[in-house]
Structures are given as C-alpha cells and as structure tokens.
Design a protein around this ligand. Structure first.
Ligand code: PEP
Ligand code: MG
Length: 944
C-alpha cells in the first residue's frame, strides 16, 4: 500500500494510448509472448514466477491457487516494463487485446462490467509490483473505472451514494496526482487536492472535520472541484473512458520505476534497474461501505521482536491506504475479534495456511466488505534482525523450515543490528520520559534532532548523531532516514512508512508519539511544557517506544555482553541463546574460515569470542604509535647511517616482541598473519612546527634536521610511493628487526606450552624478486632464533596480493610465497586508479548514475578487481596447488564480497573483530547456496 502522502515524482509518464501501442516496433515484441497473466478462478501464474510477474503478482496467483479469497485480476509482466523503456515508452501491439480478455474474465467472475453505466460497475486497483517488494516506493491507484456515468450506476447498485461518491473523489485525487501530475508546486505547502478539501471543509463547516464525516453531497461537490483543478493544472479534462484511465495508470506505474525515490531505494538495496516492475490490475473490493467493512494490514508474526503473535492493524469503514497514511489511527488487529468475530476467525485460518504454505512470515493486506474477507496481497514480511533470528529459530523448532533455511533467513547485512548498543538501564531510570510512542524499530539511539531530511543529511555529514523528527514520514524523507541514527514521528502506526523503512534499514524508530507537537516553521518540538529546538539532544528507545529528553548513554547488547563481557545474565537471554544457535549452524555449514584483522591482544580476544579462527592481518605499524615507541620509530627514520638506524631499531625490538607474545598468547595456538611494515615513513614524522621542536628536544638534535628529513620524505603520491616492501628493500634491517621480534616472541610463548603459529607477510609485492629478498632475511632470522632459543618454529612466509602486477605474476610469486592474502583495499585502489582516500568528491555521482552500484572500497568490484583475484588464485595454484588463500582488505566483512570469496575458492576471509559474526553468517550462507545450486543442477541434469 502506498502512503497517502505521495512524494514529488518524476514527470508523469507519457499517457499510453492505443495509438502509441500500435507504433511500437514489431521486431522488439517477440511473437506469441504472453504479456498478461490472470488470477482468480482461473490462474495462469504461481509463486515461482517472480521475475516475470513481480513479487505481488506471483503471490496473488499463488494465493488464488491455494484457494484463498483473492479478488480476481491480472498481472502485466515485467517484460512489458522492459519493452516500455526500450521502445520510447510504448507498449507491445498485442497487449491491449490480452488486457481486454483478462478484464472480460474479471467481469465474468465478479458479475460486474468495466465502465458499466447500468448495474454494478467493475472497479479496479492498479498497483506496481517489482520482483523484490519496495514498500511505499511506487504508485498505486484505486477505484479506477469510475466516471460521471458509472458513479451513478454504482450509487444505484449499492444504494449508497456516500460510498460511491467517496470512491470517485478518491479516484480523481489519486489518479490526478499519480498519473496527471497534479502535485505540489514549488512554494506550495499543501497537496493541491488536500488544499481543495481543506478549503471546502472550512467554507461549509467552518472547521477541519474528519473525511468520513463528509456527506454524499460534499463528496459530489468535491469531485466537481477536483475536476476543475485538473483542468486548471493540466489544461485537459479528466479522462472519462475507463480504458484510457487503465492505460494511463499502467503507464504511470511503469513510469514510477524511474522516479527519484524508486531510484534511491534501488541504490540502497542493490536492485538492478533492468528488473523493471510488473503492473497488477485487481478487482476492487470495498472496505469503506460502512460499519461491517474495513481494511487492514497484518504480519503473521511480530516483525519487530519476532513473537509468534498475529500483529497488525485495521480500520473500520476505510480503504487500504487509510491504514498506512497515518491520518486516522488504526486499531490493533486483535480487536477485530470483538468487532467482526467471524472475519477474524477466518483471518486466523488464513494466517496459518499462509505460513504453512509459504513457510515464512507473511505480511498481508486484507479487506472486509460487508462481512466477507478478501486477501489483497501477501509477501514475506520485512523484519528486524532480532525478529529474523527468532522467526528462524522458532520455525526450525516448529518443523516449518530446515536449519539451513534458517541460516539463509537471517540477512547478513542486518546482523549488526543484534550487536547494536542498547540504553544503559541505570541511565534510563534517571532519564525523563517525554512521551511513549509505538516501538517500531528496536535499539537505542541518541542524537541531535532535525526536522527535515535535508538538514539531517547535512548534520550527519558533519559526523553528528542525528534523530530525524517528523510529524509523519513520506518516501521523500528517505535520504534523511538513511542518514539518521534514529527516526521519531508524532503520527502513524507500526505499518506506517516510517516504521516499514526503519525496520528494513535497521534504524531505531519510534512512531506515533502523539504527545509531540512539531512546528516545522519554528523548528521546535513541544511536549507539554518542554520545548526543544533543532540541534537539541533527544534519545529514543525503539524497543519500548520511549522518548527521552537529552542524551542517554548506550550500553552493549545482550550478545556483546554475553560473548565479550562474559555476563551470565546476558547469556541466559533468549536473544543470546538464539544467536549462539545460529552461529552453531553457521559453523556446521561453512567451508571458509573467518579470521580477524587485529593488532592487540584485546582485539584478538574479542574476535575469538565472536568465533574467529585466527588473525588474518596484524598491521605492525599500528604498534609504533603507542607511548614513547614513536620516538624510537622517528629516531630510526631520521637516522643517517645504518649504524644509527640499527640502534633505533634495537629500541623497538622489545616493544614489538612483547606485543607479538601478547597476541600469540591470546590466540592460544591459532594462526596469526603478521605483516611487516607497510605505510610511507613520513606518516610517522611530526608535521607541525611544535611537534618538530618537541621531537628535536627529545632526541637532542637540531629541529632543522627534522624539517629537512620531513621535506625529503615528502611525496606527491605517497600511497604509490616509498611504502610496503619497498621500505625493507631499501632498509633490510627493518624486516630483520620485525622478523626477530616475531620469532623471539613465538619461541618465548612456545616454551611456555602455548603453540604459536606466525605467518609472516610481506606487503605490496609486485615482483617475485622483492619477495625473494625479504624471505631470505626472514628465513635466516628464523634459523638464528631457532638455534639460539632451541625451539622449532612453526611458521610460514607469504605475501599480500594488492597490486595488479602481483596478481598477474602470481605464478612466479607463488614459487616463494606459501600463502597469498588479498589486500583488496590497495588492489581496488590500484586497479581502479582511484585513491582510497579521495573518492568523496565523485563517488556519490558515480553511484547515482549507476556507473558503480556500490562503493568499491566497501563491496568488492567483482568484475574488475574480482577478475584479478581469480587470475591470481589460478596462477598461484598452478605453481603451488596447496597455497593458502585469504583476503584481509575491508571487503572481508562485507556479505556480498564474502560470498564472492567463497565462490572464488578462498580458504578464509579476515575482517575487523565486530564484523566476524556477519562474515561467519555470510560465509555459511554462501556454502549453503552453493550446495543447493549443485543439487539443483544435478537434478536438472538427471531430468534431461
Ligand atoms: C589492503 O590493502 O587491503 C590491506 C589490508 O592493507 P592496508 O589496508 O593496511 O593497506
Ligand atoms: Mg594494503
């Protein structure tokens, strides 16, 4: 259901006419292609046909097939959308005939006639339906088929003039807005049709009465005024021919696929624009015929916390869009039991049947027309991560799904929500509750309040914590919602736009906090006597619905508390236990290991608690910044002679040895890939005059010397300059010191009975010879330490593959390297020729224009960088079949990249400690999907 308040749209789609359909190039429309699929008594499609029928169309067909009460209709396929854009917004020539046949079937089943001027007219709803649901993103038109003549027929047939004129008024309003583009102009505050209604109410009643109090005569007058408004704004009369109306509506749905909010949504969720949308045309049933009718939306289980309870809301005497528009506050669906017990009982049966059939939690729309229940839509319900986890674990217990399916049901990119902080309970007790709204998106958020999306985005860009506060949100607030940490609305229910979108994004959300009075002009929020201005702090709890004044400190989630802090009470919670169950299933399914990027024992311990199976990257340079070791490092850089450099390195050795020993101890025998020094040296030097003077005093040298060395080390492009293995090629003593520290630490820990498994890694290798030189040093030092300490070291030596030449010559490099670790941060930078630090100025434009579908530094560019990874794997294995392969760039914690790594055949991914759970889930999912695909291929081959 589309929210009533529609956002600014792209220009209305060019009106489709029979003529334009005929002009469509014949060659593009393949012969015998079926463009229209009916559902109802006779149903052509089913749930497997999402690509062609879109999610909504496929599920309507499925519901009809399993005998649920679905009003008849038809789906115009996504092929038509593709055709429409490929052929200058025109239609295949055969479409009109197919639509006429489908409408005839609907007429037969309903006993009504499209455009009837005598007897009951057939009215239809026209809705979009992409392959993946895009809630509230596309346009919907209801009550289509009405005109000046058929409204009279409807009045007569129903003996309900108020209802008939209400439908007609709504139709003109929706159609006028969506198809004819009668929308708010620049500087206009109110939607033009709403403006007419408001004006009329004041003129006749002297106040703003609720819509349902309007009489038939009022509605009739409004229809007249609406039509005049359409004429004034478009220069044309409102279309009277139902077929013109239908073609126009279909064109608008196809047109809305390219509107701004649909594009923003697709970018956020990685939905390709080529998919297109289907159009669903369905016989209208009416929830607005009186007190025995109503409309509602419901989830078969609670999508916020996962509880196994029927969850949703309904409104008596209302059409569907009223429920989500937030204008009237709906009743909880359980109350339907008191108002319409028979329909409620039937609805409960449908709930059960749907879950058993779809084996997933469903999000349904229903209408009750004079006591008769109709199902208008079903789709898999969007859910929070907490709900997804509970649904999955419960449904395995109920034997509705397998454990593998349960793993797939937890979106890896949402898992972070489970680890997100909650408010500190002690702090909450002290805080002042301003108001309590509906808990619509769980979690805790504190931030500065902003009343419009634009300013929220600007503030977030400045790294402020932001709460977007609106009376109610509409799709045009999407950018602000993405930028905000939390969303707070004064109106709207748990299925309002704000709630749906927030849950999907994993944003903390409280909606319908009706005590809030928001004044957009003054930029103030008033609650009782308290007045808050834009920029003031509020805190919201999306799990309880509480809104607090000020900033409340947050606390870790039960999972973090149980895993990392070892809190027993947290470990007894259902959330913790379910999470552990999920991770156990992940371990059962996965082929790839998940390691961590950690530089300290503390980080290592955290990662192991999350299930990491070792360290995939220790960036040794991070250790040089602590305490006074930076002075020794600077001394080393400033040294003029080998002797001086060695003197400084000798000071660094014990620090490094201590660090490595700590890490080995924390690992308790798990492997650690430790990388030798990588960044450009100038990063370690002081750059301000003050810092340089300080250093001069500490090292007892002249400040001029420091200034001179800083100038010498200046590079125009340091990331492509004197860094990586190039440092130790020029100063081998650096590699020597680091290798010694690693091996001495390993020997020390091994002697204490803890096995240590160092994997020494050389960075930025593009030439085999670079690696050879370093490996010779490392191996010599290892032999010396073994001899001196009397310990047999269990170590390997390998390299990072992070420049294209390294990937392309991986066969040569593998002659020396015992393992490769793909440094995809640098590999992306060097393959794309885009600085990893300087993409801010153009990345947005690249994503908007869909040159890049995702930030390539966050999610691996599979076609470009991915190809180099595959080449390196193939070449590396050709030389050394058992070479160990991993990834340690940021991509190691990105679900799509993890899937890529699994399919490419890597043995592990490595990511920051807190992303380990996400990577474990994504790795398990990739393994399950691969297994399923292999099974399906085997089955298909057998069939052949
Ligand atoms: C990489 O380049 O992917 C990598 C892990 O190394 P760093 O980010 O330290 O350059
Ligand atoms: Mg790198």
């Amino acid at each position: 259901m589309a929210p009533k308040k529609t956002a600014k749209r792209a220009k209305p789609a060019k009106k489709a006419t029979r003529k334009t359909a005929k002009r469509a190039p014949k060659k593009a429309a393949a012969k015998n292609v079926k463009y229209v699929y009916s559902f109802g008594k006779q149903t052509d499609g089913d749930a497997t046909m999402r690509e062609l029928l879109g999610g909504k169309g496929a599920n309507l067909a499925e519901m009809a097939k399993i005998g649920l009460p679905v009003p008849p209709g038809f789906t115009i396929t996504t092929d038509v959308c593709t055709y429409y854009y490929a052929n200058g917004r025109t239609y295949p020539t055969t479409l009109q005939k197919e639509m006429e046949e489908a409408v005839a079937k609907m007429e037969k089943q309903m006993g009504t006639k499209f455009g009837a001027t005598d007897g009951m007219p057939l009215l239809v709803a026209v809705r979009s339906g992409a392959r993946d649901s895009m809630p509230g993103m596309m346009d919907t038109i209801l009550n289509l088929g009405l005109n000046d003549a058929s409204v009279e027929a409807l009045t007569k047939a129903t003996d309900n003039p108020r209802f008939a004129w209400d439908c007609y008024r709504r139709f003109i309003q929706m159609y006028g807005d969506v198809v004819l583009g009668v929308q708010k102009a620049e500087g206009e505050d109110v939607e033009p049709f709403e403006g007419v209604i408001e004006h009329y109410k004041h003129e006749v009643y002297g106040e703003d009465i609720i819509d349902s109090s309007l009489t038939a005569e009022d509605q009739q007058e409004l229809v007249k005024r609406f039509k005049a408004l359409v004429k004034e704004r478009t220069g044309q009369g409102f279309p009277e021919d139902p077929w013109d109306q239908l073609r126009g509506a279909a064109g608008a749905v196809f047109g809305s696929w390219m509107n701004d909010r649909a594009i923003v949504y697709r970018q956020k969720y990685g939905i390709p624009s080529e998919w297109g949308t289907a159009v669903n045309v369905q016989a209208m049933v009416f929830g607005n015929t009186g007190e025995t009718s109503g409309s509602g939306v419901a989830f078969t289980r609670n999508p916020a916390n996962g509880a196994n309870e029927f969850y949703g809301e309904f409104l008596v005497n209302a059409q569907g869009e009223d429920v989500v528009a937030g204008v009237r506050t709906p009743e909880p669906v359980a109350k339907l039991k008191d108002v319409m017990p028979k329909s409620y009982a039937e609805l409960l049966k449908v709930r059960k049947k749907l879950e058993k059939h779809f084996r997933d939690v469903q999000d349904v729309e229903f209408t009750i027309q004079e006591g008769k229940l109709y199902m208008l839509q079903t789709r898999n319900g969007k859910r929070t991560a907490a709900a997804a986890l509970k649904f999955a674990v419960d449904m395995v217990k109920e034997k509705l799904i397998t454990w593998e399916t349960a793993v797939l049901r937890n979106p890896a990119d949402q898992l972070d929500q489970l680890l997100a902080p909650i408010f500190d309970t002690a702090e909450v007790k002290k805080a002042k509750v301003l108001s309590t709204g509906l808990p619509a998106g769980p979690g805790a958020a504190a931030g500065k309040i902003y009343f419009n999306a634009e300013r929220a985005v600007d503030a977030a860009k400045k790294n402020e914590k932001v709460l977007l506060v609106r009376v109610e949100t509409s799709p045009e607030d999407l950018r602000g919602m993405i930028a905000a940490d939390g969303i707070l609305t004064a109106r709207g229910g748990v299925s309002s736009h704000a709630a749906l979108v927030a849950r999907q994004m994993g944003k903390v959300c409280v909606c319908g906090a009706s005590a809030l009075q928001i004044n957009y002009d003054d930029k103030t929020l008033t609650v009782g006597k308290n007045v808050f201005h834009e920029g003031d702090f509020l805190s919201i709890d999306g799990t309880t619905g509480d809104v607090f004044a000020g900033k409340i400190e947050t606390a870790p989630s039960e999972i973090i508390d149980g895993l990392i802090n070892g809190k027993k009470t947290a470990q007894k919670t259902e959330k913790y236990e379910s999470y552990m169950q999920l991770m156990e299933w992940c371990s059962k399914a996965t082929r790839m290991d998940v390691r961590t990027n950690a530089d300290t024992p503390e980080q290592t311990k955290n990662a192991i608690a999350f299930g990491a199976s070792g360290i995939g990257l220790t960036r040794t340079e991070h250790m040089f910044f602590e305490g006074d070791r930076i002075d020794a490092m600077r001394e080393m850089i400033l040294a003029d002679t080998l002797e001086d450099r060695q003197k400084a390195l000798k000071k660094l050795l014990p620090y490094q040895r201590k660090d490595f020993a700590g890490i080995f101890r924390a690992l308790k025998g798990l492997p650690a890939t430790i990388r030798l020094l990588d960044p450009p040296l100038h990063e370690f030097l002081p750059h301000t005059k003050e810092q340089q003077m300080d250093l001069a005093r500490t090292l007892d040298i002249k400040v001029e010397k420091i200034m001179q060395r800083v100038a010498e080390l200046h590079e125009f492009n340091p990331m492509l300059g004197f860094r990586g293995c190039r440092l130790a090629i020029c100063y081998p003593e650096i590699a020597e010191m680091q290798a010694r520290a690693i091996f001495e630490a390993a020997a020390q820990v091994t002697k204490k009975g803890i096995p240590a498994k160092p994997e020494v890694m050389v960075p930025l290798v593009g030439f085999k010879k670079e690696l050879d030189e370093q490996v010779a040093i490392i191996k010599r030092v290892a032999a010396e330490v073994e001899e001196k300490k009397g310990v047999k070291l269990d170590y390997t030596v390998g390299t990072m593959i992070e420049v294209p030449r390294g990937a392309l010559t991986a066969d040569q490099i593998a002659e020396t390297a015992e393992f490769f670790s793909f440094g995809t941060n640098d590999l992306t930078q060097t393959t794309l020729g885009m600085s990893r630090d300087d993409t801010g100025s153009f990345l947005g434009a690249y994503q908007e224009k869909e040159i890049l579908t995702a930030n390539p530094f966050a999610s691996i560019d599979q076609t470009g960088v991915g190809q180099l990874v595959k080449i390196a794997i193939e070449k590396g294995r050709a030389t050394r079949p058992n070479i160990k392969l991993g990834i340690c760039g940021e991509h190691g914690g990105d679900p799509a990249s993890v899937k890529f790594c699994h399919n490419a055949g890597l043995s592990y991914v490595s990511c920051s400690p807190f992303r380990v759970p996400v990577a474990r889930l994504a790795a398990a999912q990739a393994a399950i999907l691969e297994k399923r695909a292999a099974k399906a291929a085997k089955k298909a081959a057998k069939k052949k």
